[in-house]
Design a binder for this molecule. Structure first.
Ligand code: FAD
Length: 298
């Protein structure tokens, strides 16, 4: 089923997982992750895409498992910056064969250490070009979606230009958007408000990442460029060397962010699980009634 059809009827709760990295290519740990996440009845689970390295090609395999073995809706991420048109056609054919209806169409980051990365002869420069290409070659086959950035994409020339680029992505076929992580909900509300002003009407799902240790928080904020509110930074500074307290902070902060988003009428919440279902479980245990109310909002 297409996620756009689900979003027409209700607000969604969904999860992101990634293909586990393992020297011998063993991804069996993902079974346990998916099994546990399925108990939380998400509306869908998305699977990230690595353009290179050991996990290349595992996205479709895992998305197919989610759909056929666990009977849940799956979204396959697909990035294009390092791909040729024939690669994308091949991936889409494979997704079609596996009856995967949903693609999160991304540009992807430039390959690591790519100072000399030649951007002149690329088949795809932006996610919007990927959306267009898939739409033209597989009309009506997939529900396409795109990424959005509450605190502006790092390469963008300011918030307004990023927003205009987002509009192009939606005009090119993205039927809903999933946000980059953020810890200050006001950035998300600004994005939604300004997006609506320029005619972006598609659902915008809030990406929430429970931070459970200081190291990964620093890595994520560097990677994504998101800011840490003063109150949260104070808590982290005081407890960064106590993993148990850090975990409590992460779970409770994410739960608080979710209640605030629900109160403000968010279209959907997408939890970056980092393949740690127990964290998602704890959040769900913290706010069972708010989630029940949110999910019954059909
Ligand atoms: P785009 O939408 O193409 O934007 C990239 C930059 O170009 C932005 O600065 C934008 O403002 C600008 N731009 C866009 N269109 C135009 C235009 N027409 N003219 C001028 N400027 C333009 N990465 C992975 O490798 N694998 C994943 O699975 C993955 N999953 C993700 C999931 C989510 C929800 C998010 C938020 C990010 C994910 N990423 C993933 C990271 C993503 O690939 C990077 O953030 C990447 O740098 C940008 O991808 P994009 O699709 O947003 O690019």
């Amino acid at each position: 089923m297409k996620i756009s059809e689900i979003l027409k009827k209700k607000s969604t709760i969904s999860f992101e997982v990634f293909p586990p990295k393992n020297k011998n290519g063993d991804i069996s740990s993902i079974y346990r992750t998916i099994e546990k996440l399925s108990a939380l009845s998400p509306d869908f689970i998305s699977v990230t895409y690595g353009a290179g390295g050991s996990t290349k090609g595992r996205t479709i395999e895992i998305a197919s498992m989610i759909k056929h073995q666990y009977d849940m809706e799956a979204v396959a991420h697909l990035s294009c910056i390092s791909s040729k048109k024939e690669d994308i056609l091949w991936e889409c054919e494979k997704l079609k064969e596996e009856s995967i209806d949903n693609i999160l169409a991304l540009r992807g980051d430039y390959p690591e250490g790519s100072d000399g990365f030649d951007t002149k002869d690329l088949d795809f420069r932006y996610a919007s070009e990927l959306n267009e290409f898939i739409g033209e070659n597989f009309p009506g086959q997939f529900c396409l979606s795109g990424a959005c950035y509450p605190e502006t994409h790092q390469e963008a020339d300011g918030f307004q230009n990023d927003l205009l680029a987002l509009k192009k992505k939606v005009d090119a076929g993205a039927e809903y958007l999933v946000s980059q992580i953020f810890f200050d909900n006001d950035y998300f509300y600004r994005l939604v408000r300004e997006a609506r002003k320029i005619g972006i009407q598609v659902p915008i799902l809030a990406g929430i990442m429970p931070i459970t240790n200081a190291k990964s928080l620093i890595r994520m904020t560097r990677m994504c460029g998101c800011s840490i509110p003063y109150q949260l930074s104070t808590m982290i500074e005081a407890h960064y060397d106590n993993p148990a307290v850090m975990q409590e902070i992460g779970i409770n902060y994410a739960a608080w962010q979710m209640i605030d988003l629900i109160t403000n009428g968010v279209d959907g919440i997408h939890i970056y699980t980092m393949n740690r279902p127990e964290i998602a479980e704890s959040i769900f245990k913290n706010i069972p009634n708010a989630l029940k109310e949110f999910r019954s909002n059909d």
